[in-house]
Design a protein around this ligand. Sequence first.
Ligand code: ZN
Ligand code: ZN
Length: 443
Amino acid sequence: MRLSWTDLGRPRADKASGRQVEITGFAVGTGALGDDDRFLMMAEPGCCQGCVPRNPLAVIEVLARRPIKIANGALKLSGNWHVSTEADGWRYQLHEADAVKGVTRRMLMAASPLFCLPVPAMAQAADGMAVDLHSHAGNLLQMSFGRGSSSPVAEPMRQGGVSVISLAVVSDSPIIKLTDGRLRPSRDPRPGELYAFSQRSFPALHALAREQGMPIVRTAAELRAARAGQPSLIVASEGADFLEGRIERLDEAYQRWALRHLQLTHYRPNELGDIQTEPAVHDGLTAFGAEVIRRCNAMGIVVDVAHGPFELVKKAAAVTTKPLVLSHTSLTTRPAAWTRRILPDHARAIAATGGVIGIWPVTAYFPNVVAYATDGFAKMVDVVGIDHVGLGTDQLGLVGGSAMPSYADLPQLSAALRTRFNAAETAKLLGGNFRRVFEANVR
Ligand SMILES: [Zn+2]
Ligand SMILES: [Zn+2]
C-alpha cells in the first residue's frame, strides 16, 4: 500500500504495521550524504536541525536492505512498515527498505503537508500556553465505538507547547455517513440511541484522559494554571444530539462528565437548530436551542456554534450573555454549496459577542502550515481583529489531510505566524483569545 505523510499520526499509519508500504520523502540527519543503510526520512528536506528531533510523528527511521544512494535526498522507498511503541524512539520505521525508481518533484510537493521553517532549537510555541479549540486527538472517534487503540496525545502536546485541547466526542456519530464526499445523516436516530451512545463516548474520553495522564479542566482557575509541561483537556461534545430535547441532561453531562464546551449542532439538523450542510428546517435556532444556550451561560459551559448556518449564529448571538466560540472554520468570500467556511458577516457576528473563531487546517484550503498561518489565520484577523481568532485543528476528525497533523508541529505554525504577527499577537492567536473566552464562560 502507499502511505502519505498525512497518514502519520493517524489510524491509517498504525493499521499498516507489518505491511509492505511505499512512501516518498527526503533523507535527513545523516550528516555526510552518500550511500547509507540507516537514516531518517521526512516530508521536506531538513533545512534546519530543529526540524528533525522534535516531532516523532513526522519522521520515519529507515533501515535499508542494502546501502541506498542518497543524492539530493529525494527518495521513494518500499519496505516493511513498523509502528514502535517505545517511548524514546521514532514511532515509525521502514525495515528492509529498497529504493523505488520514479520519484518526481511533483510527487514530493504533493506528499508534504509541512513547510519547513527555521525554528529556534527547543522552541516551545506560545510559551507552552497554546490551546486547541477543537480536537478528536488520541483516536477518540474510533474508541467511542470500542474500536482500535489510542494514539499519543500528551507527548506531542508537550513537545509542541500545547497546554490544553478541547477534546470532543461526536454526538451524532452513529447515524452520519460519508456520502458523495460529504458527511450527511444516513437515517433518523432511534429514540434513546444518541443518548446511549454518549454513555459510551464520554467514558471513552475519560479513559483516554486517564491513560494519557491528562487532567480535566473544570474551572477557570484550572485553565489559568494549565501549561504544556502537564497537558490538560476540556471535555467537549460536537453536537448536542445526546440531549434528545431534554434540558436536564445538560446538567447531568456537566456534573457527571465535566462537560464544559458544547457545540450545538453537527451533521444532523437536530433539536437545537440547523446546520450549514443540509437544508434549513428550523429557521436557524429552535426554542430548545435558545434554552440550552441560556442554561450553558448559567452553569458555565462554553457555547460553540461551529457547523451552524448564519441564521443560527445571529440568533445564538442575540440569546447568549457570554462570548461564543466557533471552533473550526475559515473565511471565504465566495462560498461553495454546503461549505463549512464562513462569510465575513458570519465571522463578525461571533466577534461582536467577544468570542473566538478557530481556524481549521484543511489541506484542501491550506496545503501547508505557511498557508494555514498567512492565509487562514491572517485573513480572519483582517476581518475580525487580533482578539477573535484561535487554533481549531479538528485533529483526527478531518476527512482529508491536515496542514498541522501533530501538536509537535506547533513551533512551525508559530514561526509562520511570526512572519505576520508579533510575539504578543501570536500568543493571542495560539491560545490567549480562547483562554479569555473560557474564563468569561466558566467559573
Ligand atoms: Zn466539525
Ligand atoms: Zn470535529
